[in-house]
Design a binder for this molecule. Sequence first.
Ligand code: GLY
Length: 571
Amino acid sequence: MRINKVLLFVAMSIPAAAIADSTQPQQVPRATVTTDTAMVSAANPHAVQAGVNVLAAGGTAADAAVAVQMMLNLVEPQSSGIGGGAFMLYWDAAEGKLSTFDGREKAPASATPAYFQNTEGEPMKWWDAVVGGRSVGVPGTLKLIEHVHSKYGKQDWSELLEPAISKARQGFKVSPRLSKSIESAKERKLDMFDSTRDYFFNEDGSALAAGSYLTNDDFARTLRNIANNGSTPFYTGQIAEDIVAAVQTEINPGELTIDDLANYDVIEREPVCVPYRAYEVCGMGPPTSGGLTMGQILTLLNNYDLAAMGPSAEAWHLYIEAAKLAYADRGMYMADSDFVSMPDGLLDKTYLASRAALIDPAIAMEKAEAGSPPSKDGLNFAPDLQIEREGTSHFSIVDQFGNIISMTTTIETGFGSRVMTNGFLLNNELTDFSFKDMKDGKPVANRVEGGKRPRSSMSPTMVFKDGAPVLAIGSPGGSRIINYVTQKVIAILDWEMDLQAALDLPHVVNRNGSTDLEADTTAIDYQPALEALGHKIKVRGLNSGLHAIAIQNGELHGAADSRREGIAAGF
Ligand code: GLY
């Protein structure tokens, strides 16, 4: 891993320009930021500032995560917040231990496999299912950050909420990305409910423009309540009652009950780790498919000298083939392992060696079939390729004690279900389930079931060398997340790219179908060579939001995806 030390960013105070102007145009090229003590990389400068201030006051990564998440909820409301869910990797430096926390949303206890089907058993159209209370799962993000704060935090919970409370009262400038997102979500019924129409639109019905001031007194009140009382009002009190009432929308009413909220738990799960070259790459296990699918792709590619190939059509061909094979297994087997007996051998070395043998360096395979991984419970599934949209955010944090957080956080599609209560949006995460429950007489692993967590693609990741952490990384991007994160890990580890350059490397994406090349980038230069190998190519915008911190020789190197509005900063 090579880092170009371009800029020493001595920042407890982030330059006003960076913050005021998250009104900057997007796609501003950035440089890797280098500091030596602590750092935050996240999708909005206000959130980074809130986190860096906590770290500068002696807070831990767990403390900073509270401030960052609450600020993101306010200033990037379309992507994440307490109305959604999240996965977190936590490196405890003192213990030398990696823990992973599942704050994924949960289906109501009453939900059945026919939840998104009409009376004839036909699946609903995806967008028809998104809008309204039916798509809302029990949110987990608030309980997740509270849980991790109670385990690893040092600072007072209520004080960590103050920056978001005062920003909500004083107001913040709408960023260009938020303004654009409101504009495009208008076509998707964001203005259908009074609360979202009043908050995100002008009186004449136009979307709030970039640079306009937005205050959120309801959210300030909610945060004050949570500052004083923790998550209790959210899961069993006034906010819980308001959530249950809010999901009773005229179209698509939901089934969430007070008991569903009261019974929600954060689950600590085993990390999913694979060896890759001289490193160990660790991620989150089910209900996200992120760690396992990344683990499969990297294990398949361990057979090839990608370092010698560099970023080239030859290397991308191998990457695409490995991704097809891994996504095929993802579609067939991966789901909430508390409900589905997934094969235990998805990362089995012998199995993956047999899968690697299917890769022909000279010709592209058609769509890959799922394999037959070792399984003590037998394999009896039908494939599911449920789509996931791109309303998600990722942040990485390193504190002065060496603790690290890699957290991906979401309300699913941009603006979630569009249902807003108490100043925050509720997720539409339940549309990450397969709407079909059976195919060819076999059950779909990711079908809806009461109390189950929908399969995710979120891939918060940490990389270790000789047992020490060297990288925290993750991204939004729906089911493309796995591609975004995996290939940036390859760019950093194999191609020794500078961190910012790695994040900005043009994307080549395959989810076991045609290959997406990122429009308006040098990725399209690979098109002729990839087509000659038999790949079907689509050129399109690919909107990742990678936020990463690398640790090397006692220094921290941070980068924020130039495709979005975030920054990395620290001291
Ligand atoms: N809803 C995006 C994901 O969970 O992957």
